[in-house]
Design a binder for this molecule. Sequence first.
Ligand SMILES: *Cc1c(COP(=O)(O)O)cnc(C)c1O
Length: 478
Amino acid sequence: MSLNAESTAFRSALEVIRAVEPRVADAIGAELADQRESLKLIASENYASPATLLAMGNWFSDKYAEGTIGRRFYAGCQNVDTVEALAAEHAKELFGAAHAYVQPHSGIDANLVAFWAILADRVESPALKKAQVRQVNDLTEADWFALRRELGNQRMLGMSLDAGGHLTHGFRPNISGKMFDQRSYGTDPATGLIDYDTVAEAAREFKPLILVAGYSAYPRKVNFRIMREIADSVGATFMVDMAHFAGLVAGKVFTGDFDPVPHAHIVTTTTHKSLRGPRGGMVLCGPELADQVDRGCPMVLGGPLPHVMAAKAVALAEARRPDFAGYAQRIVDNAQALAEGLLRRGAKLVTGGTDNHLVLIDVSGYGLTGRQAEQALLDSGIVANRNAVPQDPNGAWYTSGIRIGTPALTTRGLGGTEMDTTAELIHTVLSQTTPGANADGTPSKAKYALDPALAETVSKQASDLLTNFPLYPAVDLG
Ligand SMILES: *Cc1c(COP(=O)(O)O)cnc(C)c1O
């Protein structure tokens, strides 16, 4: 029997790798087996298509291509130009953006490119102009001093980490928190929702240079039209980081006021979360910021990753197909089915439900910390991550929440019935887990007890749930 193209491709690749370092080939094979067996509810993960994966494993990886299309610092970049232009073209068409910069290696890089583009656009700084045109070696001590002073104390207003914002939106441990004087807006304690009047108030008081919207753990839509009005009212540049929900924008589930592209001055994203592409980042903007954004290299980035840009072009082409809209809608339908299943069984959810791809369970309702819940679920074959809830009493390490998302399971084809079973499994584990104590009798935020027999039963049920939904059904590694 002849093998299909995917199986042949991956088998041959592993055979070639095995001849050099068999342990790497084994680990790659083991990763596929693990992914096939796990009920993956990590909201930021997905499964890229075989075409996307294969586009990354080739000689594009060998090529240096600093610069932009047609203006490279290296010779012989004509084929890199082709794939970079294709990726940008697909991104512009897909999202209706005037300009797309597809070089960022990750979401955080995309944000840094955007921040520097905004600074260069908004702050009058001769020293920054000098640094940008690659005269870094010519910069004197006085220039560096001027650069710091000229850029000094620029302000950013973003969503707080515990309300679901991202650490690149100005939090101290991240470089963004060192570049900017940051203040954050949270959510209404009663509803868990963004209160736009409070955001407007904070903007009026703080007068930020940049207003950032976007999140990693907020289960609702954001009205980007209102956010833009707030930004305009204080003369801020409005940036949206759609890293998590880009797939829902691409699939036209988020339209009108909820589509960031027509409302923001600049939009950043990852390509590997709900968008289902390769690991990477991207920046979209209008013509006003395009030149500054294209200076991402050398300002922030070194050589682009041409093999990843090739894979971005493939994944974006896939996202432009009509069936991607169906996928995006099913992601949200599944998240809502999961939320309803959990609520019906008595779980406490932040904001009481979801409008997007993720659900945030407040596990204090089960008397647990996020850390205890995460581990107990993992013991039971359910992969999800702990996450802070608004005003979290347990802080960012132990937390009080579990974040679950549906992009990955939706790619496998699971639907509403399976989501209800998943809710049942999660509720069973969390309601049967009891918090542990430290040696001195005080309550522990990490220890817990769960009957191993129950964990095993749930693991079995979780893997049974997946048997009808094979991952990469066309890939047989033999
Ligand atoms: C995931 C995420 C990022 C960072 O993406 P990386 O590729 O991991 O650097 C940035 N912003 C938001 C909102 C995210 O969710």
